[in-house]
Design a protein around this ligand. Structure first.
Ligand code: PHB
Length: 351
């Protein structure tokens, strides 16, 4: 089943072994993509679909050192080399478009204030170029400020298409801006963007409406993580959240819905893929800690249509071939996940 083709939007994926979005922190100064990144992604071109690392839709929103952006002409031109390299090897690639919200920090953004649903900081520290500092208290966006935020996602999506991407994945997961509205911790707003599910989902739906209108719904995917407590996130009813979203997302006719099934810290537990599958009628991608065997079984049982592999694909550029051959896998080296240069990035051997 992992090697049964799958239609995603207008693409036909040759297999269902996808590259999950992974922060790799190899961009150049100025949030610029580079030749090393083109090599990294093109090495993995045999994946059914590659999804890039989270990529800034606007300046002033950086949360990680050396993360890439998609808001300038220079970045578009540099990303074009990445998409050309992937396409030259017969691959398909979506860009994950992202606004970090309160997970960004003024020290990484020339003093720019961070924004969120509410004026509540993430607990603990953030790593900046000048060392660790406490997370910043964000400015709570007013309803009047939200259209300009939606516009940054639209511009990012248009820029991604201009850079040759096959589509975009809107990042609605892991405690970044959209998720800061979706979940009731931190979203304690009392206006039309807080409270009831339809209000907390309003920013997400405004972004999806505008982005699908701009580039076509068949080129837009969405990632959600109803359980992940990373970035001080929590929802009082994650199953209700994913059920509601799964149902409502049908109207958008997206390329896919990509659901992280677990919590990085194992605090919040539930089987969110069951309501996701029940409510959502489109292509459903699962992610987080799947072995090839489990992925195969989940697809065969109809629970999912495809699986995105993170660290396994990071460490095995030829992961689909290795799965097909039942070959041994290289072990991911966590010490080089976010370090500069080729080590632990483009030097993992293929079979
Ligand atoms: C991370 O780099 O830790 C990270 C980035 C984006 C995510 C999740 C985790 O969505």
């Amino acid at each position: 089943m992992l090697f049964t083709p799958l239609k995603v939007g207008t693409l036909t994926l040759p297999n269902r072994v996808l590259l999950a979005p992974l922060t790799r922190a190899r961009a150049d100064t100025g949030h610029m993509p580079n030749a090393l990144m083109a090599e990294y992604y093109s090495q993995r071109a045999t994946g059914g679909l590659l999804i890039t690392e989270c990529t800034m839709v606007a300046p002033g929103t950086s949360a990680f050192i050396n993360e890439p952006g998609i808001y300038s002409d220079a970045q578009i031109a540099a990303w074009k080399k990445v998409t050309d390299a992937v396409h030259a090897k017969g691959g398909r690639i979506f860009m994950q478009i992202w606004h970090a919200g309160r997970a960004a920090h003024p020290d990484m953004n020339d003093g720019a204030a961070t924004v969120s649903s509410c004026a509540t900081a993430i607990e603990g520290d953030i790593q900046t170029a000048n060392g660790k500092v406490p997370n910043a208290v964000p400015h709570a966006l007013t309803a009047e400020e939200i259209p300009a935020i939606v516009a940054t996602y639209v511009q990012g999506a248009k820029n991604a298409i201009a850079a040759g991407f096959d589509g975009v994945e809107v990042h609605g997961a892991n405690g970044y801006l959209i998720d800061q509205f979706l979940r009731d911790t931190p979203n304690q707003r009392t206006d039309s963007y807080g409270g009831a599910l339809e209000n907390r989902a309003r920013l997400l739906f405004e972004v999806l409406t505008a982005v699908t209108a701009a580039i076509g719904s068949e080129r837009v995917g969405l990632r959600l993580s109803p359980l992940n407590s990373y970035n001080s996130m929590k929802d009082s009813d994650p199953m209700a959240l994913i059920s509601y979203l799964g149902e409502k997302l049908n109207a958008f006719n997206l390329a896919y819905l990509h659901v992280m099934r677990a919590d990085f810290f194992g605090v919040q537990k539930a089987d969110v893929l069951i309501p996701a599958r029940e409510k959502y009628k489109g292509v459903l991608i699962g992610n987080m800690g799947y072995t090839a065997e489990e992925a195969e079984a989940a697809i065969a049982a109809g629970k999912l249509d495809a699986v995105a592999f993170g660290t396994a694909f990071l460490a095995n550029p030829d992961l689909p071939a290795r799965i097909q051959a039942k070959a041994a896998l290289n072990t991911p080296d966590a010490d080089t996940f976010y370090t500069p240069g080729a080590k632990g990035y483009t030097d993992y051997p293929s079979l």
